[in-house]
Ligand binder design. Structure first.
Ligand SMILES: Cc1cc2nc3c(=O)[nH]c(=O)nc-3n(C[C@H](O)[C@H](O)[C@H](O)COP(=O)(O)OP(=O)(O)OC[C@H]3O[C@@H](n4cnc5c(N)ncnc54)[C@H](O)[C@@H]3O)c2cc1C
Ligand code: SF4
Length: 809
């Protein structure tokens, strides 16, 4: 047998790793693979760095290939080694630290680096770029000591960086040279509306400003602009575009223009050397998005393994999506008409921040903007990519058809049409998963191909493909699983966790999922484990959202609101004095009475939280938690002339007993002293109303996104009975509620009659066990604000964002 040829890849980023994966999926034996990666990690999804910066994702959760993956596939990875020279005559690549590797075939995938425009003082401490995990970590660490931050560059990445900085509680200013934001993707109207949206989020936007100088001795203290104005700032992130890393190729004698020149097979002028990704220039164009570089990686792999089935790489059309939390924005193609014959269809609704626009040429879509509402983005993307003929009623493309009928038939799409842009999955791959992989549901297709597993925008198209090629969309068994990575319903999972005594999220993954961790499912599992084990649950920092890690509610500007517990809404002058003193001492932004009859101190910085709790000397009100919150009360029979029951005493008893108990979603409670119901108990998750001679216990009310009148669970005579049936309901909800399902969801799913049978009539004999379980939870309760004295982690209140990277292992 022939010795496998040696393939060396320079660059272990998104394109480099993808091309290797594509090659291995076609022919595992053909090459002995060696990779150089300047970053000391496995391969991660760079597009998710913005989520890491905002704290929405943990750094560990963005790795696509851990170091184990390289070992398992016999790939030699020189992680942390920069390739410094290519000797094309002897076919050898040299790297830092004296590493040398000969090659038969070489792929250059060195990506780009951020461009820092000329300005005095750019080398000062406090000036950052935003490209790598290390950049992310450095920004976070520095932001800790800052109050103000600036971002130079109002493009896609600049805005994502600004949102990240906002989550550290900084005052953030975006500085843009052009007259509107995201000039590459938006027109003036879209840019103006986006500016308003960003400003509403708390980001200041300065337009038409060219930065000339970074002020300060060693550390940055401000910026000056060409128009003579200045801005004070403690740090700056420069996001002014990228430049391809093409020097290494150029120095080896390969033709380079802005990027490394390649043909339609992604081959340079040297037939043994290929280039893919942002460093490659194809037909005069450079690409800075993932979908094109995945196409390039596939084409290079096809050519290298001799499996080429089409005419090579033909170029890509740009589809961009802004990933700023709270802003929906998709921009496709040319959004400004260039031909006098171009047809422009637009719709603007400034009060909701909605702007939609299509540029149509020869009845084909050449560009579109969807801002504020992006429901039809999937269909428009396909129409644009395929150059499809558009329907006569243009409005259907922006708002959907009035009958709900699909605008686009997936059957007519060619096999190479990309359905999932996040993971570069084509219609042909999904068809294969349906026809040969026997996938019958959207989630099965996701497991096979990864399609639909990120932003989810393509799920409707996957459903249509299932209908066409399988004749059915099977009910997804995963719908009933507690989390998609563990194929078990909640009761099955609870039984397995109890049987194996698994007390931490990592133990669950280790014992029930072969050690494979799914970061997106950790929070739901942490909630379940806390429910099962209460005080014995082993808290792992990365398994909780920021609110649960610091026991306060993060606000839109990145500060926190502190809400102490005021049982039953009954306070005292001494408590009010303490709250007022704390509000003054910490100069909180607002003192607000809440709907749950408590007092919120808004605008506290994270590092202030432990001192505020200590000064208050009051327990946590759990206003941030998926847990039992407060019990609102009316004045009841003690004070009200209509009062039939002592709602204050009962409300305090209810709150003191069930406070802070972990539940699948938040639980709001109330107690009213008569059917006039001043505490609105019948629109609470759990409520009680006094009637002549007793109390009615209500379950499953809501007055939020959904308004729902609660159902009557039972009528009882004593406070003790109220506590007993409330406790049974809470425990049943803890055991059977899906994660993030409000109590009314459970009531509707199980049915109130069945709940009465189970919880009141006790037809299945589970009452005593539920009573014992809730008693255990009550006894295990510990005020989380005691962590002011005993933090669970040394940096619990000091680190702005949680970034723990361990080389992707
Ligand atoms: C914060 C952020 C958000 C983004 N969001 C999106 C998005 O939402 N959608 C989208 O489509 N795109 C997005 N992008 C762009 C996308 O991430 C890039 O297009 C993609 O990562 C480019 O892949 P690449 O492999 O060409 O370069 P990279 O991923 O940068 O990989 C190149 C690798 O090569 C290494 N390298 C360079 N020179 C050498 C050398 N001499 N020796 C060894 N190693 C070397 C580099 O260290 C790097 O690890 C985003 C980018 C950033 C930074
Ligand atoms: S609910 Fe009845 S008892 Fe309570 S305050 Fe209103 S009227 Fe009075």
């Amino acid at each position: 047998m022939d010795r496998p040829k040696k393939l060396v890849v320079i660059g272990n980023g998104m394109a480099g790793a993808k091309v290797v994966q594509e090659i291995l999926s076609r022919d595992r034996e053909r090459f002995q693979v060696v990779m150089f990666g300047a970053e000391p990690y496995g391969n991660y999804d760079r597009t998710l760095l913005s989520d890491v910066l905002t704290g929405a994702k943990d750094a560990k959760g963005i790795f696509l290939n851990s170091l184990d993956w390289y070992r398992d596939h016999n790939i030699t990875l020189h992680a942390g080694v920069t390739a410094t020279a290519i000797d094309r005559d002897n076919k050898v690549v040299s790297g830092s630290g004296g590493v040398e590797e000969s090659y038969d075939t070489l792929i250059i995938a060195t990506g780009s680096r951020p461009f820092v425009p000329p300005m005095d003082g750019a080398e000062k401490t406090g000036v950052f770029v935003f490209r790598t995990l290390d950049d992310c970590q450095a920004i976070e660490a520095y932001a800790r000591g800052c109050r103000r931050a600036a971002v130079i560059g109002g493009g896609l990445l600049g805005l994502e960086a600004a949102r990240g900085l906002l989550s550290f509680g900084l005052q953030v200013t975006v500085i843009e040279m052009m007259p509107w934001l995201m000039t590459q993707q938006l027109d003036t109207e879209g840019g103006a509306l986006l500016r308003e949206t960003m400003e509403q989020m708390g980001v200041q936007v300065l337009l038409e400003k060219t930065t000339t100088r970074v002020l300060g001795a060693e550390r940055i203290t401000g910026l000056t602009f060409q128009d003579g104005t200045a801005l004070d700032t403690d740090m700056v992130v420069v996001s002014c575009g990228i430049r391809p890393n093409a020097e290494l190729a150029g120095e080896s004698g390969l033709p380079v223009n802005r990027g490394i020149l390649v043909n339609d097979r992604m081959q340079t002028s040297d037939p043994d050397i290929y280039a893919v990704g942002e460093c490659a220039q194809h037909r005069g164009k450079l690409y800075g998005l993932v979908a094109p570089l995945y196409d390039q990686a596939r084409v290079a792999a096809e050519h290298l393994t001799g499996s080429s089935s089409n005419g090579g790489y033909q170029g890509s059309k740009p589809v961009s999506k802004l990933k700023v939390m709270g802003v929906q924005l998709v921009s496709i193609g040319d959004t400004i008409p260039t031909d006098p014959q171009d047809e422009v269809v637009s719709y603007i609704e400034p009060s909701r921040g909605v702007y939609k626009k299509m540029v149509i040429r020869n009845n084909q879509l050449v560009g579109t903007i969807l801002l504020g509402e992006t429901d039809t983005a999937g269909v428009l993307t396909q129409m644009f990519l395929l150059g499809a003929e558009l329907p006569e009623r243009r409005a259907d493309l922006l708002f959907g058809t009035s009958t709900g009928a699909p605008i686009l038939s997936v059957f007519d799409l060619p096999d190479h049409a990309q359905i999932c842009h996040c993971h570069g999955v084509s219609k042909g791959q999904i068809k294969e998963a349906i026809e040969f992989g026997k996938c019958r549901s959207v989630s099965q297709v996701g497991v096979h191909t990864r399609a639909g597993t990120s932003c989810g925008g393509c799920k409707k198209l996957i459903e249509q493909l299932l209908e066409v090629y399988a004749g059915e969309v099977a009910e997804d068994p995963a719908e009933h699983w507690y989390v998609p990575s563990l194929p078990m319903t909640k009761p099955e999972l609870v039984a397995a966790i109890k049987a194996k005594e698994l007390k931490s999220v990592s133990a669950v993954f280790r014992e029930l999922n072969g050690g494979q961790e799914e970061p997106g499912h950790k929070t739901a599992l942490a909630s379940l484990l806390k429910t099962i084990w209460d005080g014995e649950y082993e808290d792992e920092r990365d398994a909780r959202f920021i609110n649960d890690r610091v026991h306060a509610n993060i606000q839109k500007d990145g500060t926190f609101s502190v809400v102490p517990r005021i049982d039953g809404g009954v306070t005292s002058p001494a408590q009010l004095r303490r709250i007022a003193d704390v509000a003054e001492k910490y100069k909180v932004a607002a003192v607000k009475l809440t709907g749950g009859q408590r007092i919120a101190l808004a605008g506290a910085r994270k590092e202030q939280l432990p001192d505020i709790w200590k000064d208050l000397g009051m327990p946590s009100g759990h206003a941030y938690a998926k847990a039992v919150r407060s019990c609102k009360t009316c004045v009841g029979s003690d004070f009200c002339r209509f009062g039939l029951g002592d709602s204050i005493t009962l409300g305090i008893k209810i709150e003191q007993r069930f406070k802070g108990i972990e539940t699948p979603h938040k639980m709001k409670l109330a107690a009213s002293g008569c059917p006039r119901n001043c505490a609105e108990a019948t629109v609470k998750d759990l409520g009680v109303v006094a009637i002549e001679g007793g109390w009615q216990v209500y379950v499953g009310g809501g007055a939020g996104i959904r308004v729902r009148a609660a159902d009557l669970l039972c009528t009882v005579t004593t406070h003790e009975e109220v506590l007993k049936y409330m406790g049974r309901f809470i425990q049943y909800y803890r055991e059977h509620g899906k994660y993030l399902e409000r109590a009314y969801g459970l009531v509707e799913r199980i049915g109130i009659e069945r709940l009465r049978e189970l919880l009141v009539k006790d037809v299945e004999g589970i009452g005593a066990r539920l009573d014992a379980e809730i008693e255990r939870a009550v006894e295990a309760y510990k005020d989380p604000w005691t962590e002011a004295d005993e933090p669970v982690h040394p940096a619990q209140f000091s680190e702005p964002v949680r970034l723990e990277v361990n080389n992707g292992d």
